[in-house]
Design a protein around this ligand. Structure first.
Ligand code: SAM
Length: 309
């Protein structure tokens, strides 16, 4: 089971109208989708997207009893514009939600390769139809490229050392399992010492690379804004600082009235370029109660904005 994070807050910011059109772009286990479906009547529309086919069939099943109009797409959320056009909702959507990262279903299925808590294939694809896997990256990327990925996407202090050890190891033995990879990180740190497992950061980095997560997010944000109606809401929950920074910068940028270059002394753009109003002046984090009942929500950060034009 996947416990939806910041559920109450996400629903509040979506500001659900019972006959509105809503997109849950990361349907996952269907927790947020179901809460939206509860608030919609038979005129309301809920579009569920996920790039994981298993998530889509799970959510389809979970929402069977709800009377709103439902649509399901096994697609990356960066294609929200294509889906909205296909359904005739382009520019008419009242709310878009993205709850980034992986679901418990993905983490607990060791064969998906997202977790080092159990032995599994080095896979990490959210979309199983995709070609690139973690195994391919770990066994074929150059030492420099691996180190760059670990540093940029994992903020890994020992990026060069771990990359070197991977390249050494794979000369004799291809690295094919999660535990094999995690053990390299443990050796690099001289054992398991701190609170955070030594493999956490390289697993995050490889997962981001496999699924091109940061680029997907950037394209998604632009396209999500396009599909919203005036007054429509965009709510994004992220789980690490790289994602949160992208969302924060995007919102700030779209909330600017003036888009003239900073060096320009006088505004020549007309000063009426504001596309959104930021609803979360301060980022929203899980409260004590949620942290107690769902400790894995601790890194969740929610930001929301409203389209104003
Ligand atoms: C944290 S879970 C969502 C959980 C869901 N909100 C719930 O309450 O059950 C994240 C989901 O996003 C999906 N996902 C990640 N990146 C995606 C992308 N670019 N496009 C579509 N879905 C994506 C994953 O497959 C996963 O199912």
């Amino acid at each position: 089971m996947h416990t939806p994070v910041l559920l109450k807050e996400a629903i509040e910011f979506l500001n659900i109208k019972s006959d509105g059109v809503y997109f849950d772009c990361t349907a996952g286990g269907g927790g947020h989708s179901e809460e939206v479906a509860k608030l919609l009547d038979e005129k309301g529309v809920l579009v569920c997207m996920d790039r994981d086919a298993e998530a889509i069939s799970r959510v389809k099943d979970r929402l069977k009893g709800y009377s709103c109009k439902k649509f399901f797409f096994k697609k990356s959320f960066k294609n929200i514009d294509v889906v909205a056009k296909k359904l005739g909702f382009y520019g008419r959507v009242n709310g878009v939600l993205a709850d980034l990262g992986t679901s418990m279903f993905q983490l607990k299925d060791f064969d998906r390769g997202f977790s080092f808590s159990g032995e599994g294939k080095l896979d990490m694809r959210m979309d199983k139809d995709q070609y690139l896997t973690a195994e391919h990256i770990v066994n074929s990327y150059s030492e420099k490229r691996l180190a760059d990925i670990f540093r940029e996407y994992g903020e890994e202090r020992l990026s060069k050392k771990i990359a070197r050890m991977i390249v050494e190891e794979r000369k004799d033995n291809p690295i094919t399992t999660t535990i094999q990879l995690a053990e390299i990180a443990i050796r690099a740190y001289g054992g398991r010492k701190g609170r955070i497992h030594p493999a956490t950061r390289i697993f995050q980095a490889i997962r981001i690379e496999v699924n091109d997560e940061l680029n997907e997010l950037k394209v998604f944000l632009e396209n999500a804004l396009k599909v919203l109606a005036k007054g429509g809401r965009l709510v994004v929950i992220s789980f690490h600082s790289l994602e949160d920074r992208i969302v924060k910068v995007f919102f700030k940028d779209k909330a600017k009235k003036c888009v003239c270059p900073e060096w320009q002394m006088r505004c020549t753009c007309g000063g009426n370029n504001q596309k959104v109003r930021i609803l979360t002046k301060k980022v929203i984090k899980p409260g004590e109660e949620e942290l107690k009942t769902n400790p894995s929500s601790r890194s969740a950060r929610l930001r929301a904005c409203e389209k104003v034009v």
